[in-house]
Design a protein around this ligand. Structure first.
Ligand code: CP
Length: 321
């Protein structure tokens, strides 16, 4: 693994899951690996879990960590080439990324989409330029279209908690929200689950109201439906998440009532475990009764963000040494 920006950077997802679970059992075995190595975490958007879990992962590996809240503390960045910088931007990404690469052995970057121009967001222009100019391995802390550290933690959580004798049925279920949210988490979850399905680890279904279909680039082989009851039938895991429309890009479209998961809907499942990446808006996206109930895995799942990040950083450090 030379970088970690999508499932496509990972040679063997099953092995990476095993690596993460091994680190969970023995977190401090690799303290020499990160000695005299520095991780820089660059945030253009807020974060709780990604920031703290990735910092802790680096500390467990013996690394030093620096955090740059670029949106609040950095210079306003220019990303276009060939422009005269006589407006509000102060520093070009060419210099900013290259300078951060001088101080860090590995860089993490979070940069959300603007949700205005689909092509611009899905081109990942900012992310790709950062990777190009920084000159060191990059870990995605969530880009415009993907959140692979979250998805790895999600797969770790499913593998760790599944006690059945056959493959689990995993369902990504759209949920209501009052704000237009990116597709990064569901895209990435779908991409990882489709890969896991190809490797016979699970069966994967996506359910959303009409108009909320994800880009087909992220859903190869997934069973896709608009029928929530049908999707939830026999489900072993339900991954609850809101996203805005990909088709009518960034819009909140009208949807029928009844899409918030509650105990009544859970009755139609195989006593499904419920997952959410967090943060979650209680009783809007997901009912409090489910969040606080015995089927909720959300805190366990957030805890596994640490081991996912540690497995990824370990893999990158091994390539550096
Ligand atoms: N799930 C997740 O990425 O949380 P944060 O946005 O708080 O990092």
């Amino acid at each position: 693994m030379n970088q970690f920006t999508s499932v496509n950077d990972v040679e063997d997802i099953g092995q990476l899951v095993k690596d993460a679970l091994a680190l969970k059992s023995n977190p401090y075995a690799d303290q020499q690996l990160g000695k005299n190595r520095t991780l820089g975490l660059v945030f253009l958007n807020p974060s709780l879990r990604t920031r703290l879990s990735t910092q802790k992962a680096a500390i467990n590996l013996g690394m030093s960590v620096m955090v740059m809240n670029m949106d609040k503390e950095g210079w306003a960045l220019e990303t276009e080439d060939g422009v005269v910088m006589n407006g509000t931007t102060v520093e070009h990404i060419r210099e900013a990324a290259a300078v951060m690469g001088q101080y860090c052995d590995i860089l993490g970057l979070r940069s959300f989409p603007k949700l205005v121009n689909r092509e611009e967001d899905y081109n990942e222009d900012f992310f790709n330029k950062f990777i190009k100019y920084c000159g060191v391995p990059v870990v995605s802390l969530e880009s415009a279209t993907r959140h692979p550290l979250q998805s790895l933690a999600d797969l770790v959580t499913i593998k760790e908690t599944w006690e059945g004798t056959t493959k689990p049925k995993v369902v990504l279920a759209w949920a209501p929200h009052i704000k237009a949210l990116p597709q990064a988490v569901p895209n990435s979850f779908a991409e990882w689950m489709c890969k896991a399905q190809q490797e016979d680890m699970l069966d994967f279904t996506i359910v959303q109201p009409e108009g909320y279909e994800l880009s087909e680039d992220f859903t190869p082989g997934a069973h896709i439906t608009h029928n929530l009851q049908e999707a939830l039938e026999d489900a072993d895991y339900i991954y609850v998440k809101n996203w805005s429309s990909y088709k009518e890009y960034g819009k909140i479209l009208p949807y029928p009532e009844g899409w918030m998961l509650n105990n009544e809907l859970l009755k139609g499942t195989n006593d499904a475990k419920v997952m959410h990446c967090l943060p979650v808006r209680r009783d809007l996206e997901l009912s409090s009764e489910v969040l606080d109930g015995p089927n909720s895995l959300v805190i366990h799942e957030a805890g596994n963000r640490l081991w996912a990040a540690q497995a990824v950083l370990k893999g990158l450090l091994q390539k550096l040494s």
